[in-house]
Design a binder for this molecule. Sequence first.
Ligand SMILES: *[C@@H]1O[C@H](CO)[C@@H](O)[C@H](O)[C@H]1NC(C)=O
Ligand SMILES: *[C@@H]1O[C@H](CO)[C@@H](O)[C@H](O)[C@H]1NC(C)=O
Length: 175
Amino acid sequence: MYTMQSWTCIFLVICSMQRVCRCCDWIRNHYGLLSAEYLSLLDQMGGDITEQDAPVLSPTSLYRHIDDAEFEDKVRFLNETIYQIKKQFDGNMKAVTWDKKNLDDFLNILERQFENLNSCVSPAMKPERRLKRYFKKLNRKVLRKMNYSAQAWELIRKETQRHLQRLEILVGKMY
Ligand SMILES: *[C@@H]1O[C@H](CO)[C@@H](O)[C@H](O)[C@H]1NC(C)=O
Ligand SMILES: *[C@@H]1O[C@H](CO)[C@@H](O)[C@H](O)[C@H]1NC(C)=O
């Protein structure tokens, strides 16, 4: 009976290790490919990125903090940031003049990245509140305040590019 339990235990440990590692491999082999694709689409879907800055402070301390976090927490951070970005793009986009096909492809590939990350690890007990608050502020101070104008969307595009580039750097440092 005792041996049986030890074996079950070892088996469970191996299983959980494999689950994490499959995720490691997936991120190592695919995250960068999808990331390069959507960053390139984001760049190509409109003109030059605006010089203007969004009137919201960048959550620099969050990124500094996540640099020291465990692998799984980093994956959860990637998951949540990409989810929040997707959510911003649900807003009224009537004013944008971006290339429709590039925009759709951008969102589809972002969705694929999100789904992969989401199935990679188990959800956190305590979701990152500061990240949510930052994106809410961005929504209120840029999109809503500027009436979902083309210029407001350009600011969102710029912030999005910044975040997706930062996430890429974060992933680069995970290995
Ligand atoms: C990914 O983000 C979504 C949206 O916040 C959340 O419902 C889900 O639990 C997250 N998954 C992980 C693995 O953190
Ligand atoms: C947004 O719309 C509101 C109401 O239609 C208007 O009062 C406000 O001046 C507009 N803001 C901008 C930045 O265009």
